[in-house]
Ligand binder design. Structure first.
Ligand SMILES: Cc1cc2nc3c(=O)[nH]c(=O)nc-3n(C[C@H](O)[C@H](O)[C@H](O)COP(=O)(O)OP(=O)(O)OC[C@H]3O[C@@H](n4cnc5c(N)ncnc54)[C@H](O)[C@@H]3O)c2cc1C
Length: 374
């Protein structure tokens, strides 16, 4: 194997939406950035296996990072889409109750949005619901006008193109194997393309998604108490051969660890239903046709004309959770050097939904603190 060595200001692990967004933010400031990515292409893990929804920040506690970055990220992402011609549709979303018990949950969601200050989230009258979605079955509906959908693949391509224009290196087929903090830098050993590369960086940002904990465990002097326990929560999607009658996103009231099997469109007009929630131990993306009945039963609650046989397995993604099935949902974790006691090290853990929406805002946060890190 050939050996080589590089120096850079910042090394980013992972060319998912988070790593690319942070790299762009830093490269725009004139900072020298390298991204290493173990796969052949960008964004092939969590970032291309999600609902592609631009969320409004409705569900999370007021003082959480999820709320802060989602609310800011929502505005930033729409602005980015406008500026760089990324396909999107600010179609709005209805969160619906289909039983008495769910009505109370809907009122709790409304209380939360009032507390956060999302003034445009409101209950619809029966007539408004009918006018917006004549085939929708529900007792009450909350409307969020700033929720929408985005073509995440074009977004990823656009970020890559921008990075190219800043001369930022994105090294594919490059897997991080070892990290040793040194006196004034971090040394990261990367294997790939028949080479063994040592990269010395003043700052190392771990945005490895499902592998963030594995990467953190490779950092020789990191206190392991700072690495949160990892849980994988798989989410499966089905599509429908029958054209869905909805123009808005339709969500049931959320479950403890997921938003429930909802209806979304993609920008080609294809209907998607999902994701469900299944706790798994290893990364795998099979789609189990035997889940069809469960999907049918859930969807039928708000779309009575759904046909079970028309539901076709589509794809699956995995949420990088840091809270387990019996825990309360956890917030995003971004550990800066002050928290992890290693100069130059930034670790991101648990960047599940709404991470796509929050991406540009998480990037701004890291960008605003980079001078104190370098
Ligand atoms: C089912 C599901 C639905 C979702 N729906 C939405 C939604 O509608 N809206 C929303 O806002 N968010 C949603 N999300 C969340 C969103 O998709 C994620 O928060 C976001 O994509 C996370 O991006 P990332 O860059 O952190 O991770 P990834 O995209 O997984 O990127 C991490 C990268 O690190 C690389 N890597 C790992 N280990 C190494 C190594 N050793 N060396 C080099 N590279 C390495 C991986 O190959 C990968 O490419 C959803 C997530 C899921 C799972």
């Amino acid at each position: 194997m050939n050996n080589s060595s590089f120096d850079t200001d910042v090394l980013i692990i992972g060319a998912g939406i988070i790593g690319l967004s942070i790299a762009r933010e830093l490269a725009k400031k004139g900072i020298d950035v390298i991204i290493v990515e173990k796969n052949r292409f960008a964004g092939t893990e969590i970032s291309s296996r999600n609902s592609e929804v631009i969320h409004a920040g409705i569900y999370y506690p007021k003082d959480s990072l999820k709320t802060k970055f989602c609310v800011e990220g929502n505005r930033k992402l729409y602005n980015y889409c406008e500026k760089y011609k990324i396909p999107y549709n600010k179609c709005g979303k209805l969160i619906v109750s289909t039983s008495n018990e769910e009505i109370n949950k809907l009122y709790k969601i409304k209380e939360n949005t009032d507390e956060i200050g999302l003034v445009d989230v409101r209950f619809l009258s029966k007539k408004e619901i009918f006018n917006l979605e004549p085939e929708l079955q529900c007792s009450e509906a909350l409307f969020s006008p700033t929720s929408g959908i985005i073509d995440s693949h074009t977004l990823i391509q656009s970020l890559l193109t921008e990075l190219q224009s800043f001369n930022c290196t994105v090294a594919f087929n490059s897997k991080v194997e070892k990290i040793n903090p040194e006196s004034n830098s971090l040394m990261t050993e990367v294997h790939g393309n028949g080479e063994n590369i040592n990269i010395h960086s003043k700052c190392l940002i771990n945005c490895a998604g499902l592998s963030s904990q594995n990467i953190a465990k490779k950092i020789s002097s990191l206190n392991t108490d700072l690495i949160p326990k990892q849980y994988f929560a798989k989410g499966t999607y089905f599509t429908s051969t029958k054209k869905a009658p909805f123009k808005h996103l339709i969500y049931p009231v959320p479950e403890n660890h997921g938003l429930g099997i909802h209806f979304t469109l993609d920008l080609s007009g294809k209907s998607k239903f999902g994701p469900d929630l299944e706790w798994i131990n290893t990364e795998e993306y099979s789609v189990d046709i035997s889940k069809r009945k469960k999907f049918y039963d859930q969807i039928k609650k708000f779309w009575v004309n759904i046909e079970e046989k028309g539901l076709v397995p589509d794809y699956a993604g995995i949420r990088p959770k840091i809270s387990g099935p019996n825990d309360e949902p956890a917030d995003f974790i971004i550990q800066f050097p002050q928290q992890n006691n290693i100069n130059g090290l930034v670790n991101l853990f648990g960047i599940e939904s709404p991470g796509l929406t929050a991406s540009l805002s998480i990037a701004s946060e890291v960008g605003s603190r980079i001078n104190e890190i370098l």
